[in-house]
Design a protein. Structure first.
Length: 346
């Protein structure tokens, strides 16, 4: 009787345990498979977000001296110093850009231009702003519609993008500076606003009241936490601050760069996959790069090389300029100071 009871209990338990373990294993395998599939979809989605332009092929050898480009897109980014031309464009493409001030119609201009110099050890960086009203010699560039554009003397720097897109913007920057642009990165209005929102906003301090009808921004002097739309308005503010020159706006933009770097360091992105994906989607969704940075893997490698860089390690400066003799509303490079600055980045 006792033996029968023991056998009766033990048999079914031994039968159920393997079945339960098998079911749990299948469930775990299913979860892992879904996780891998989701990760694969996310990677593919982010990778597909990025637009690119083959600037090296378009410009050929008529450029300042620089390193040989990687043999393949999978080759690691070089660890030496890098110069990256970063443009913020006022693209009219899409309703979101138009809502944020891109205007109507087609086309775009380089609303913001910065040369980001990363030192060889990735322990410091220098961000040099180029006033968009700077009068330059715009070189002949490959035209997006075929042929070449004409050389233009005393043209505004930001006209290069309008005339010949990223390729002409890079060539004009290289002609002005004598510095080879190793990479090109462009983000539009909507992308910048989405990035700030994905980071949970950005905190800035203004030293003067801002009241700008064009950017639609009104801020009292002091510290403010801004969402994406208001941060973009701050980056575009010009006429509601100081003398209304582009130099005043550049100072605000440089302040925003530092604030964004601080925010990136404070958000703990690596421990918050959902936030990390939101930030990555915001950035890549409005990003155009050269072909050396046109994949998520390449952007990740660049980001990893900068992991120890903080806002305190970044110096922001503006290319030295003076009012243009023929037009006080335009500027020209102040020499020899401008040449000395660019020489330090070679």
């Amino acid at each position: 009787m006792t033996g029968d009871d023991g056998n009766g209990d033990a048999g079914p338990r031994r039968g159920r345990r393997p079945a339960l373990l098998k079911a749990a294993g299948l469930a775990l395998a299913g979860v892992l498979a879904l996780g891998v599939a989701a990760a694969g979809w996310a990677y593919g989605h982010l990778n597909g977000n990025i637009d690119s332009v083959d600037i090296n092929s378009a410009l050929g050898d008529d450029r300042p001296a620089g390193p040989e480009p990687p043999a393949s897109s999978g080759a690691p980014l070089r660890s030496g110093a890098l110069n990256i031309l970063v443009l913020g464009s006022d693209s009219r493409a899409g309703s979101e850009n138009r809502r944020l001030g891109g205007g109507s119609g087609t086309g775009a201009r380089s609303d913001t231009a910065m040369v980001v110099h990363l030192d060889a050890g990735r322990t410091s960086a220098t961000v040099v702003s180029i006033p968009r009203d700077t009068l330059v010699t715009r070189p002949s560039c490959p035209s997006p519609s075929g042929g070449d554009t004409a050389v233009a003397h005393r043209a505004m720097f930001n006209s290069a993008y309008a005339v010949g897109g990223p390729v002409c913007a890079v060539k004009t920057a290289e002609t002005l500076t004598g510095v080879r642009m190793d990479h090109y990165v462009e983000i539009d209005f909507a992308g910048f606003a989405k990035l700030v929102d994905a980071l949970g906003g950005v905190t800035v301090t203004t030293e003067a009241d801002i009241d700008d009808d064009l950017s639609r921004l009104r801020l009292a002097a002091g510290t403010h936490h801004l969402d994406g739309t208001r941060a973009l308005a701050l980056a575009r503010t010009r006429y509601g601050l100081g003398d209304g020159s582009d130099l005043g706006r550049i100072a605000l933009q440089q302040h925003l760069v530092k604030a964004l770097l601080t925010r990136l360091g404070d958000t703990g992105l690596l421990t918050d996959p959902a936030r990390l994906y939101e930030v990555a989607d915001a950035v890549t969704g409005s990003l155009t790069t050269d072909t050396g940075l046109d994949s998520l893997a390449e952007l990740i490698r660049l980001g990893q090389s900068l992991r120890d860089l903080t806002a305190d390690d970044v110096t922001t400066v503006t290319m030295p300029v003076v009012p243009a003799p023929e037009d006080p509303n335009r500027v020209v490079a102040r020499e020899p100071e401008a040449a000395e600055l660019w020489e330090s980045l070679r």
